[in-house]
Design a protein. Sequence first.
Length: 455
Amino acid sequence: MKDFTPEYLEHMRGVIKAHDAEQARELLQDLHPADIAELYQSLELEEAEFLYELLDEETAADVLMELDEDDRLKLLEDMPSEEIAKQIEHLDTDDAVDIIQQLDREERDEVLSHIDDVEQAGDIIDLLKYDEDTAGGLMGTEMIVVNENMSMPECIKEMRMQAEEIDEIYYVYVVDDDQKLCGIFPLQKMITHPSVSKIKHVMDTDPVSVKADTPIDEVALDFEKYDLVAMPVVDSIGRLLGRITVDDVMDQVRESSERDYQLASGLSSDVDADDSILAQTKARIPWLLIGIASGILASIILGGFEDQLHAVTALALFIPIIGGTGGNVGVQASAIVVQGLANGSLNIGQFTKQLGRELLIGLLNASVLSGVILCYNLIVLPGQLAVTLSVACSLFVVVLFATLLGTFVPLTLEKLKINPALATGPFIQISNDIMGLLIYVWVSGLFLSLFAPGI
């Protein structure tokens, strides 16, 4: 990877300012498209556009795909439809669809009309019909396909013809006369079985495949489970539609992880560090306002507990412990569940089983934590039995409640087709803060009435 030092960037800006196209080309010619895309992120839009126009069409197309969505959209907005079509013609169909999806419908149709390769344009239109979060929305149509009844010489001839249009070959897919996927033909068998009568006699049958409507998360798990570099995509009756490559899956997993991390951090929309101040503020403010509202509610709850706090001031000392412990326990429980749902070790069918497991874990944690605080209070607060029991019992109930809530919420969100990562952030923290206070107030009032009725 190229390291763009401040001196390099300053030199490049000077070349751009002087409109020295020849020197700019010299500086760009040895750079990988990914490095050029990284360079663009350090330049102003006008500077990036100047360099982009100097690239040949194939390199320009590769650079366009390497840019993040926001930077790519900025370039696309200033490009005529004919130029976008030229870039798309150098891309695989799955990458071309990513570009097309960023355009509005009117411009999308105009760009497609300028693509000279009618077959490619048709494939792109077909792929646009699929949800972008499914296997169909991620697949490409560039692959080598042979018929199961071909002889070895016929197969090799067909492979050579198709390979001219494909940059990278991972597998050779074998179909029957109805275009149903039958198997995969390993290239090694061209050498070990040169005289075989038909491909179907040496192909690997029952290949791992995925249906077009399969969610991307499940596709990623299959890639990891079977150590694949590419996977065929079929329709509901098994006809071969396309293939997904591991680089596409990794990009999707990374984007999904970023979204989950931001959601768990209390950001209501997808933002980057270089987004505008207004955009970042809009993403952050909703949960912050909810936090303010929960703080107000907490103060109201404590206001109703004011007499007890005045009479037994020691009760106030343990409010942070009750709230903080409940929040931590809830986040831990929800994080385990969300992680299990993400990596496939847990599914929604295990709802009751997982709740039962977490109940036992919660009981153990609650016993240990409440036991520790009980021993502490017996030592430092001798003679204040009401406070000692109130804190210990409240902590027990809060830990148990937070564990169950942290388990129940993400499982429920998953069942409702809502991103369960929402349950690992402020939602759980705030919920447990409020419920922890309510539990503490109720339990303390109960023990004070039993052991200190005059208060």
